[in-house]
Ligand binder design. Structure first.
Ligand code: DGL
Length: 264
C-alpha cells in the first residue's frame, strides 16, 4: 500500500529511552500521528550480538509497517549503528537513525578532548568506528561504556542510589581528561542530564542528537511529500512489551499520551 501523509510515523527503541527522541519529534511536528514501540522485554540491546540486534530491529520494523507507518525512526543508537543499513536494504520506506553527535562536538571543542558515553554495542560498531577514526587525528575521543544505566532506567530507577553510584563511576573517567564536550550516545541518557551535569559541573557541555533527529525527520518527510498537512494535533500511541508503567511515568507531562501493553 502506498504511504500517504496521514499515515503515522513509526518510532522504536530497545526500551523507554527513545521517548527522548519522540518528545523532540512531537514538539517540532505536533500534527504528525506517531506510534512508539518500546521493546523493553529485550533491553538492553547494547549487550547483544549484531545479529540479535538486526533481528530485533526487523521485528520492530515489521510491526510498525503493518500499522502502515510512512517512515520509521530508529530511536536507538545501538540499533542504528548495528542494523540500519540492513533495514534500508530490506524495506522500501525512509528510515531515520540516530548516531552519537561526535562530529558536532569535534567542530566545537577548544580543548580537543571530547567524551562519549554510549552502550558497548554502539562503541563497538563499525559505523561508530568509521566516524570516530575520521576525527581521531584531530581530536582525542574518550569513550566510556555506560554499563548498567539502561537497565536501571528500564527498572524505573532513574533517581536512585544505584544510579548515583554508577554515574559517579562512569563520569570519573572523563574528569581525568580536559574535556569540554560530553556526547550522550544513547537515547536513554538525556533523562540523566540533570544528574550528569551535577557531577561534571557547568563548564562541560552535554550534547545529544534528539533535536537533529527531529529536524532530519521533517526534512525527509518534506522531500518525500509525506509531511502531514492536517492542521489538527496528531494522535500518539505508545506500546511496551514489559511493565507499561515505566513508560507511562516518562510521559507524565504529556497528558494525552497513554501506553498499552503489547506482546511483541
Ligand atoms: N536507547 C538505546 C540506545 O540508544 C539503548 C540501548 C540498549 O538497550 O542497550 O542505544
Amino acid at each position: 500500500m502506498k504511504s500517504t501523509y496521514n499515515n503515522p510515523i513509526g518510532i522504536f527503541d530497545s526500551g523507554v529511552g527513545g521517548t527522548s527522541i519522540w518528545k523532540e519529534i512531537h514538539q517540532l511536528l505536533p500534527n504528525e500521528n506517531t506510534i512508539y514501540l518500546a521493546d523493553s522485554k529485550y533491553a538492553p540491546y547494547g549487550l547483544k550480538s549484531k545479529d540479535e540486534i538486526i533481528n530485533l530491529s526487523i521485528k520492530n520494523t515489521e510491526y510498525l509497517l503493518n500499522k502502515n507507518c510512512k517512515l520509521i525512526v530508529v530511536a536507538c543508537n545501538t540499533a542504528t549503528t548495528n542494523a540500519i543499513s540492513h533495514l534500508r536494504e530490506k524495506y522500501n520506506v525512509p528510515f531515520i537513525g540516530i548516531e552519537p553527535a561526535i562530529k558536532p562536538a569535534s567542530l566545537n571543542t577548544t580543548t580537543n578532548n571530547i567524551g562519549i558515553l554510549a552502550t558497548r554495542g554502539t562503541l563497538n560498531s563499525l559505523l561508530f568506528a568509521t566516524t570516530s577514526n575520521q576525527l581521531s587525528d584531530k581530536i582525542n575521543i574518550i569513550e566510556q561504556v555506560g554499563e548498567g544505566l539502561v537497565e536501571l532506567i528500564e527498572k524505573g530507577q532513574l533517581y536512585s542510589p544505584n544510579m548515583t553510584i554508577l554515574l559517579n563511576k562512569h563520569i570519573a573517567v572523563f574528569l581525568k581528561f580536559n574535556i569540554d564536550y560530553l556526547v550522550l550516545g544513547c537515547t536513554h541518557y538525556p533523562y540523566l542530564i540533570p544528574q550528569i551535569q551535577k557531577i561534571i559541573g557547568s563548564e562541560i557541555r552535554i550534547i545529544d542528537s534528539g533535536y537533529a533527529v527531529a529536524k532530519q525527520t521533517k526534512r525527509v518527510l518534506e522531500k518525500n511529500n509525506l509531511l502531514n498537512l492536517n492542521g489538527a494535533d496528531g494522535y500518539n500511541k505508545f506500546y511496551s512489551n514489559a511493565d507499561k508503567k515505566i513508560l507511562d511515568d516518562l510521559l507524565y507531562q504529556h497528558k494525552k499520551a497513554s501506553v498499552d501493553f503489547l506482546d511483541f
